[in-house]
Design a protein around this ligand. Sequence first.
Ligand code: GLY
Length: 351
Amino acid sequence: MKVIEVSASTPYRVEIGSGALSLLGERMRTLVPKAKTVTVVSDDTVFPLHGQTAVRALSDAGFDVETYVVPHGEASKNTGSLVALLNFLTEKHMTRSDALAALGGGMVGDLTGFAAAVYMRGIAYIQCPTTLLAAVDSSVGGKTAVDLPAGKNLMGAFWQPRCVLCDTDSLATLPEVVFADGCAEAAKTAILFDPALFSTLYHAGKAFDPETVIARCVQHKRDIVAADEFDTGKRGLLNLGHTLGHAVEACSDFSLSHGKSVAIGTATVCRAAAKAGICGDFLPGAVEALLEKLGLPTRTELSIDTLLPVMLSDKKRSGGTVNVIVPERIGHCSIRPMDEAALRIFMESGL
Ligand code: GLY
């Protein structure tokens, strides 16, 4: 088991390893000692696989356990699901001392975290990520949200979990496409911060050791969250590949997964950065080779005229510019604000 301490406004630990989910009851008892009832929130894919482990761990620790299961997929991350969940908590007479456990991938973590942030002005929750994407990125750092019709994550809050229990056994049940989504975020972390991780992933391909890679990614996320918890500066680096990636994802009506879209976005900014002389000519080829080894695409057929309006509506826009994360070398990227004309020229050169 690997343990990483996060020093955010609420400090907490991320525990990563085989069997971590069975620690849920003990950790809840220690971290939320006054809780009587815990609601486990999950989705209809994850709950049948791992729900009983979570429920048993909590019952064995003496909690009354409720379960709330939503349909899997991003469509459940909306205000209707949020209000339904909050109504469920009131029906079960959950109090401010009680707690939630988020058991699932990014959608479940974001929805549960936001419900915890707003229920009775905030209650405790523990993140139990079951996908690689949630393990390496979304379960750590306290970003919680639901989507609005106008876009993803437009209603949300920063609300840190009391701990994160990442059970690597749950990765064994992941469909290939869901695993690949997480690989894209791990590759992103390597390009941003860590040449050694880049090399590890490059040599191992999809057969990397999950505990080691997740722990490494969480260490980097921990450092960024400690430096910029509320996302006003450096944390923006974590959006590498996301400006174009979100546009590709939206233009495919979300039929292309988040990870694949981010992989295309990442490869595109690398090609554009090389053409602009910002990074070495070898860098895009190395990044494309890594992404391909991880089973991820690196190009889109969509044109700049289709993608640009979506990029310009991105919530990462500030004033008249969009912040684009640009690689300078493996392990070092910078945040570059671009106006519409600069964004068009830059992204088109990488497509
Ligand atoms: N997933 C990006 C962030 O946590 O800031």
